[in-house]
Ligand binder design. Structure first.
Ligand SMILES: NC(=O)c1ccc[n+]([C@@H]2O[C@H](COP(=O)([O-])OP(=O)(O)OC[C@H]3O[C@@H](n4cnc5c(N)ncnc54)[C@H](OP(=O)(O)O)[C@@H]3O)[C@@H](O)[C@H]2O)c1
Length: 356
């Protein structure tokens, strides 16, 4: 019997929630024991409350669980949140104040001064903000946030470039999958045979969140990185996988082969921690002209690896390239589970049977 933490899922019936339900079914450390959602779902057996739409079958353990209201209770070592941003703020704060650590996918708390905004490969040191947050909440609970899905994918691609050459300006155009809008997402009449050049609030998130992620820890806060990011976002009729077209200006201009080597040789600082969801390669580069593509490349590394390709000189900035990542896995549930593994490895969550 493996040691396990008892975990809950807030918003377990939604697009991100279903990914949590699926990924945690076979997780070696975390045991999902509570599935929570809105009043509409409360009291129903999970398979009845949720319209399951993943390719993997609904996990067997779900048939034993009834959907509960999002109310804090004893017996949970941690909760993952896939809550709608409209309700996440107060519910997540209630759990953290009660004493339960929360890993959130909602935008609500991401830019709060003492709330870590974490991509584990990039800024695990920002977790030290938890201490001051716990003091503010007067609780053993706290909130750690996952960035926006496109922000995670973009930031991972930028991380080796920032480390080796320094980033100055970034221009990004996104082609974002339907599952990024949650279920049911845009109506068929709106998206079939179409591309929608507007995703509310998305451009602002992509332009601000990387500044905190690449920011410097100073005492109890993060000094944001100074860099210019310009983002344009589009919803396209792909089920899963966001494709980003990125141009960068760097402090030192490397040769193309040095750019590719920076991505291919990237070894994150957390590589030695043996975290179950960390893929063998967080970033891969392809030389194939027409890749990466959502349908062919999004499931790489169990959905946790991002693919970069099409590197070429840019006539305006220095370089141009494409990036692909799975939005509900790397960009949401899988990313949050990796954060939770990092918290466990750093002894920042108290499990009923903590890891050695
Ligand atoms: N989809 C992505 O790729 C992605 C990526 C990164 C971050 N995010 C963020 O993750 C969060 C979830 O996104 P999603 O795409 O999974 O949305 P979604 O499919 O619309 O799911 C929303 C979830 O919130 C629950 N909910 C809604 N109102 C509630 C209430 N008043 N009380 C309690 N629960 C309530 C829903 O439960 P019911 O079914 O009972 O209504 C459902 O479980 C959002 O904040 C989103 O911005 C999404």
């Amino acid at each position: 019997m493996k040691r396990q933490y008892r975990v809950g899922i807030l918003g377990a019936t939604g697009a991100v929630g279903q990914r949590f339900v699926s990924l945690l079914a076979r997780h070696p450390w975390f045991e999902p024991v509570s599935l929570m959602a809105s009043g509409k779902s409360k009291g129903k057996p999970y398979p009845e409350a949720c319209l399951w739409h993943l390719d993997d079958p609904i996990p067997e353990y779900c048939s034993r669980l009834t959907v509960e209201a999002c109310l804090p209770a004893e017996g949970l070592d941690l909760v993952f949140s896939g809550l709608d941003a409209g309700v996440a703020g107060s519910i997540e704060t209630d759990f953290a104040s009660f004493g339960t650590p929360v890993i959130s996918n909602a935008r609500t708390h991401r830019l709060v001064k003492d709330v870590p905004l974490i991509v584990p490969e990039i800024n695990s040191e920002h977790l030290s903000l938890i201490e001051s947050q716990k003091k503010r909440l007067n609780s053993e609970g706290f909130i750690v946030t996952n960035p926006n899905c496109s922000t995670i994918i973009l930031s991972l691609a930028l991380a080796p470039l920032q480390a080796k050459f320094g980033l100055e300006d970034v221009v990004v155009t996104t082609l974002q999958a339907l599952s990024g809008a949650g279920y049911p997402g845009p109506g068929a009449m709106d998206i079939l045979d179409n591309i929608i050049p507007y995703i509310p609030g998305e451009e602002e998130k992509i332009q601000t969140e990387p500044l905190k992620i690449f920011g410097t820890l100073s005492g109890n806060s993060i000094v944001p990185k100074r860099m210019n990011i310009s983002a344009r976002c589009h919803r396209v009729q792909v089920t899963d996988g966001h494709l980003l077209s990125v141009s960068v200006r760097l402090k030192q201009r490397p040769k193309p082969e040095e750019m590719i080597a920076a991505w291919q040789d990237y070894t994150p600082g957390i590589a030695g921690l043996q975290l179950p969801s960390l893929p063998s390669r967080s970033i891969r580069y392809t030389c194939v002209d027409n890749r990466p593509q959502p349908r062919l490349d999004r499931d790489s590394g169990n959905g946790m690896t991002i693919w970069i390709g099409r590197l070429r000189s840019c006539n305006v900035l220095d370089y141009h390239f494409s990036v692909l990542g799975h939005n509900t896995i790397r960009g949401a549930a899988g990313g949050s589970i990796l954060v939770a593994e990092l918290l466990a490895a750093r002894n920042l969550i108290a499990g009923r049977c903590p890891l050695e």
